[in-house]
Design a protein around this ligand. Structure first.
Ligand SMILES: [Fe+2]
Length: 310
């Protein structure tokens, strides 16, 4: 189906002014703004949009309060849009726009939209790390970050009553692949043949309704994760967890509580996978979340080779 990844995420929020302040501090570039809300962009053009939670332009919410209302998935070609529309129109109503993009609901009632991707290719300067015996940065100080500049959207995470419903819809109807699993509990799904370890992670929660957990943004390296987190902390925003490094996906992370609902995450150095990747299974445990996390306390046991094996 040639879905590439997340193009935009739209939130319905209770406090527009606070959400604007947060997204500006987060490092996104404002595209347009008004009393109705605002649109923000990462460096590659992927967007975060905020609207009033009671705006009639938004799909119905999956939960009460400020939360995600629509995820826009980018596809390669117009032909992909046609194929997707044909597939999804078999059992649901679509709203089709002039340019061929269309919106509908997924099987948990979350608004989804599909469009031809307009994201720009990023051309980062390769990072230079000196290692013993391999000095590549000579007579030059390293890069420092006063704050973060999110480069692109990485993934979205939802808690759901039954992750298998989500896996069936995104897997069988949209062609997503399972990269890794929490046995009987959740699945990391990726959209493309080549790309991010996951664009969508869903995990069972003990609730009857889905619940938005977080949206992640890629930054350039671990130093930018920390520079961004320090900046947000100085601006008075509350860390949820981090900085740390996930075991599954290998990404360095820092999560902050968000007035948009749930949390936003800075992440860097996620695994990139292809069809050669073998889906792994992990038993859920409290310490599988990360290899290390600052302020995790003395009871934290980092996953070991033995604890990861199944
Ligand atoms: Fe994440």
């Amino acid at each position: 189906m040639s879905i590439i990844g997340i193009e935009a995420v739209t939130f319905g929020v209770k406090n527009i002014a606070k959400s604007k302040k947060f997204l500006t501090d987060w490092g996104l570039k404002v595209q347009k703004t008004g009393a109705y809300g605002a649109d923000y962009a990462c460096v590659d053009g992927s967007e975060v949009k905020i609207r009033a939670f009671d705006s009639r332009s938004l799909p119905s919410p999956i939960q009460a309060g400020s939360t995600v209302r629509e995820v826009t998935w980018g596809v390669e070609k117009k032909k992909d849009l046609k194929n997707l529309a044909q597939e999804l129109s078999r059992d649901r109503k679509l709203k089709i726009f002039e340019d061929g993009s269309f919106s509908t609901l997924d099987d948990i009632g979350l608004g989804i939209k599909f469009c031809v991707s307009k994201l720009r290719n990023l051309k980062p300067k390769p990072l230079q790390y000196n290692v013993p015996g391999g000095n590549v940065r000579v007579d030059k100080p390293a890069t420092y970050y006063d704050r973060a500049t999110p480069q692109t959207l990485s993934h979205i995470v939802l808690g759901v009553p039954d992750f298998k419903i989500v896996e069936s819809f995104y897997g069988e109807r949209l062609g997503f692949r399972a990269t890794d699993r929490y046995t009987r509990r959740g699945v990391f799904l990726r959209a493309g043949k080549y790309g991010n370890h996951h664009n969508l992670f869903v995990m069972n929660i003990d609730a009857r309704k889905p619940k938005f957990n977080h949206l992640a943004f890629k930054v350039r390296d671990i130093h930018e994760v920390i520079g961004g987190g320090q900046f947000l902390t100085k601006r008075g925003w509350r860390s949820q967890v981090g900085p740390g490094r996930h075991y599954i996906s290998s990404a360095c992370f820092w999560y902050f509580e968000s007035p948009l609902g749930g949390a936003l995450e800075y992440c860097a150095d996620e695994d990139i996978v292809t069809d050669k990747w073998q889906t792994r299974e992990f038993e859920v445990g409290p310490d599988l979340f990360s290899e290390w996390t600052f302020n995790a306390g003395s009871t934290f046991n980092a996953p070991t080779a033995a604890s990861r094996a199944k």
